[in-house]
Design a protein around this ligand. Structure first.
Ligand SMILES: [Zn+2]
Length: 366
């Protein structure tokens, strides 16, 4: 099979994500502070329950977005550390629990590069970006990583290959093939669904779709993902060819659980982007570079991109896929997702006006 062998670093990074998810701690060999990090959002809270009794001064590492949401003055910092004691409701401060966090008068210091690397690992693990930091050299971490810089080096080297290719007749067409791509650094498999003889079409239709379990599978009306997926496949089937890249980056890349947490915040009045930053994430954590790699593996270098999102056009082009044309993708708003669509248009630059004008060109989903 064509899977790229995992380097030792990639294996370490996957292990670190598992350790954080399970409540263990990590440390970096080249961190001068020698601190241990454990995720507040872990399934078990093994590491820091032990630290509570260890009599050392703990800090809570948060993203700048989460700190700003809490009203802590952090300037433009993307990552900060707050001193915390046993009396603090760390889970509330981290956004894991919907209890009012008390952080009044708390002063933040700049996070170390080790803390920032640990935050990046927590995000990759689908956890809230919030970590307890223990400076104690008396405690042994669950896992020791060789260097703070290894994450970036590995990301740059991430390679994907086609692992499985099968025929997948579906509700849209009999002529569909599904390709699964496996990565050494990510536990999820990205997919590509081709319709028709896509390799014989000079400039095929292409849609990049980010996984949305609630919208794609459960028919959620909170967003327009399911309908967009349906509209894209309907359009490709009508044209007789196309390629759908199905990216496993749920909830704009923040993970299923965090997306549902953001929904909970939206029920309390935040809009879709503010809810993400309230939890400490960027408004969009998705990475479309991987989509370019997938298209290249399929031998597709030039596409007509079905999207309302100008960022996708820009990002694919930056990663070597030529966009001959952007074709809008239109779905009807419903009473549940109207505010969501308006936020996408107003705050993320999605081009819904163009959609309305071009509506007649697009067959809507059945
Ligand atoms: Zn969705």
């Amino acid at each position: 099979m064509g899977t790229t062998p995992a380097s030792a670093d990639q294996a370490m990074i996957s292990a670190a994500e598992s350790v954080l998810r399970a409540g263990g701690s990590i440390a970096f060999d080249d961190d001068p502070q020698g601190a241990l990090y454990a995720a507040v959002d872990a399934v078990g809270l093994v590491a820091w329950r032990a630290w509570d009794r260890s009599d050392v001064e703990l800090a809570l590492v948060l993203t700048g977005a989460r700190a700003r949401a809490l009203g802590i003055v952090v300037g433009a910092a993307d990552c900060i550390a707050l001193s915390v004691t046993e009396a603090d409701d760390v889970e509330a401060i981290a956004g894991r629990r919907n209890r009012p966090p008390s952080v009044e008068g708390r002063e933040a210091r700049k996070a170390t590069s080790a803390a920032r690397a640990a935050i990046a690992l927590a995000k990759r693990a689908g956890l809230l970006p919030a970590l307890l930091e223990s400076p104690s050299r008396m405690l042994a971490p669950t896992l020791r990583l060789p260097s703070v810089g290894m994450l970036q080096a590995t990301e740059a080297a991430e390679a994907l290959d086609i692992d499985v290719e099968v025929s997948l007749p579906n509700a849209y067409t009999d002529a569909a093939r599904l390709f699964a791509f496996r990565s050494a650094v990510s536990p999820v498999e990205h997919l590509a669904l081709t319709i028709g003889a896509v390799e014989q079409v000079a400039v095929p239709l292409c849609r990049l779709h980010s996984e949305c379990l609630t919208g794609d599978v459960l028919g959620s009306l909170r967003c327009d993902c399911g309908e967009q997926l349906n509209a894209a496949l309907t359009r490709m089937a009508a044209e007789g060819a196309g390629v759908l890249v199905y990216l496993r980056q749920e909830g704009r890349g923040i993970g299923l659980l965090n997306k549902l947490r953001a929904y909970e915040l939206q029920e309390r009045g935040l809009d879709t982007l503010d809810a993400n930053t309230h939890l400490g994430f960027h408004t969009d954590e998705r990475d479309f570079a991987v989509a370019a790699t997938i298209l290249q593996r399929l031998g597709i270098g030039r596409v007509r991109l079905l999207t309302n999102n100008p960022d996708k056009v820009e990002m694919l082009q930056r990663h070597g896929v030529a966009i001959a044309e952007r074709e809008p993708l239109c779905v009807a708003a419903n009473r549940h997702n109207q505010a969501y669509l308006q936020t996408k248009a107003r705050r993320s630059g999605h081009l819904f006006r163009a959609v309305a004008e071009d509506r007649s060109r697009l067959p809507l989903g059945a």
